[in-house]
Design a protein around this ligand. Sequence first.
Ligand SMILES: [Fe+2]
Length: 257
Amino acid sequence: MIIAQISDTHIALDTPDADQRIQDFASTIADINALKPQPDAIVHTGDIVHNGRQDEYALAAATLAGARAPVYVMVGNKDNRANLREAFSACGYLAPNSDFIDYAIDDYPVRLIALDTLSSGSNKGDFCRERVRNLIDLIDAETTKPIAVFTHHPPFEVTVGPDPLHFESRDIMSGLRRALQHSGRVVAVFSGHVHRAASGHVESIPATVMPSIATTLRKGDYPAEMKTRPIYHVHRFGPVRGFATETRIVGTPPLPT
Ligand SMILES: [Fe+2]
């Protein structure tokens, strides 16, 4: 199974770099469309748009509609649940009336679980008791397949950058980490939000963070020729080795398969 992960496109319509953000998003989808073999799924790990506006979502949804593989979206701290749900309701996997946007996809050899870590009070992550309960229920709903979990905020301390903790408190992050270990079937956690690549663990579960697709918001030092080339992750699953992650630079010829 192959999953292309994208994140933090931060589509905006009235910032000086708005055109670049749109171009970064479009060029990434074009690059994914050229992958051979095609990914089975594309997951956007949140901060799809920058201000949660309907017109921003309309543009993002139009860009994602050009993807050849099925796309799954989730919320980041810059997203608006109601407007996101409205823009992507036709996709069929978002429950219409739930408080949170968390769901499982059972169509693949690896189950995909998308979590809602959006806080109403800050840009950091939240994961209240109701969401812990939801996650355990989602994990328990199927008992045979490995599970890949997607979160906007990474559930581990990212030691590169000014603040390692991306949840509102260590207790909140610990609650999420404990729930992720429930059952032992979660084999990987894939996140965004930090705008730079990082890796860590949730005890024995490997966890990664991908950079922002928006090159103007990407953190870290890149050579000049990389300034307008987005980076995304391709996660390839093998039943014995688990996930192996390729970091792809948009516009690079694909690796031989
Ligand atoms: Fe974020």
